[in-house]
Design a protein. Structure first.
Length: 389
């Protein structure tokens, strides 16, 4: 079995991820579902050993055999890139590969809110993209960096593990550094980046308090910093960041975060009508004066979701449920999908029946067309399928 051919076959079948397990057929994740591919044949342990030796440098191969998981990027020439995770299970090598799209789509093509264009044009501060693994965070960040690359004249430093999307210089100078190859860890690379005349810094993931502390300092000192967290929404993200530090530092971190946080973009991928692709449901929090008060004062932090809901018209903010409702109203997702995705299904069902809050979606006078609209979707706009990276 040719390894490169296996990867290209998986992508041609619509896969975002490829699972390789000895003594079993490859399994593809297609639009969120795991689909075995028996026609591709069973994989042998010897073939997995061959693939690991082919893909991994000797140092990483030795780490894998010692029982350590390793991540690398792999390129199929003239086709595209993949993020590869090798690991041991029952002492045999297994792997999961994720396809990385060759192009960086626009916010509009990805179905992302227009307010993101404003966030990425900020001159300083912190912008976070959050969501579970596979929610599209890397794709969104790549679109953000590409937008800056085309619209601004800056030095962009990315720190990634591994490098996924590659960026060529356009109006910006871009430096992409990989953990394990170019620097030992995120915190070290981030400190070094501050001495490299950056305007924009992308930190692939804030895994610990040390990295987060340096990122906050970078944002305070006049840089625009992007990063990711595995959190579900804005309020959880704020609480997670504060909770990573000792209790005696809580107010200091709240004050820092309130001063530099420009926005949080939290996303989930939901099936489009027909199930042929998925689209992002996106919560967007913008660092308004009221949001900053909610971050600074612990007793007000639980109000963040309500402030987001009320800030749609003025700031372009939206909650997950507002995003889901828009996707349903526009015929992009089915009613059943919307109901399953909504944070509060009962409240969502009431809104669909025409009971809308005056602070949400601007439907303070109701919508007779929506009240009369059946659960079935009437039309499906042709937006680009969202990559699962």
């Amino acid at each position: 079995m040719d390894f490169d051919k296996l990867l290209t076959t998986g992508v041609s079948r619509g896969a975002s991820d490829l699972h390789l397990k000895p003594d079993a057929a490859p399994v593809l994740r297609i639009h969120g579902r795991l689909v075995p591919q028996p026609d591709l044949g069973a994989i042998s342990p010897e073939w997995m050993e061959y693939v690991a030796r082919r893909v991994l440098p000797e140092k990483l191969y030795a780490q894998l055999k010692e029982g350590r998981e390793v991540d690398v990027a792999y390129t199929v020439p003239a086709y595209g890139r993949f993020r590869v995770n090798f690991f041991l299970a029952s002492r045999v090598i297994r792997a999961v590969l994720r396809a990385i799209p060759a192009d960086k789509a626009s916010f509009e093509a990805l179905g992302l809110p227009p307010v993101l264009e404003k966030l990425v044009m900020e001159r300083r501060g912190l912008v976070l993209v959050t969501g579970i693994s596979g929610a599209g965070k890397s794709t969104t960040l790549a679109a953000m960096i590409d937008y800056i690359n085309r619209k601004r004249n800056d030095h962009i430093v990315t720190i990634e593990d591994p490098i996924e999307f590659t960026h060529d210089d356009q109006n910006c100078v871009i430096t992409q550094r990989e953990i394990g190859t170019d620097s030992p860890d995120f915190a070290t690379a981030l400190r070094a980046a501050l001495r490299e005349d950056p305007d924009v810094i992308l930190v692939g993931e804030m895994r610990d308090a040390e990295t987060m502390g340096v990122a906050l300092h970078a944002a305070e000192t006049g840089h625009l910093v992007f990063s990711t967290l595995h959190t579900l929404n804005a309020m959880e993200t704020v609480n997670r960041m504060i909770g990573m530090f000792p209790a005696h530092q809580e107010q200091q971190i709240r004050d820092q975060l309130a001063a530099v946080l420009q926005g949080i973009v939290s996303q989930r991928l939901v099936p489009r009508v027909g199930g042929e692709s998925r689209v992002p449901a996106v919560e967007v929090m913008v660092g308004s004066a009221l949001i900053r008060e909610c971050i600074r004062e612990s007793k007000r932090t639980p109000e963040i979701t309500q402030v987001i809901a009320a800030g749609q018209a003025a700031y372009g903010m939206q909650t997950f449920d507002q995003s889901v409702l828009t996707l349903y109203r526009d015929g992009i997702i089915a009613y059943e999908t919307a109901l399953e995705t909504a944070t509060s299904p009962d409240d969502f069902a009431r809104r669909v029946r025409g009971i809308f809050s005056s602070s949400e979606m601007g439907f303070d006078q109701g919508d007779k067309k929506q009240e009369e609209r059946p659960a079935e979707v009437l039309r499906t706009p042709a937006t680009r399928p969202f990559s699962r990276t």
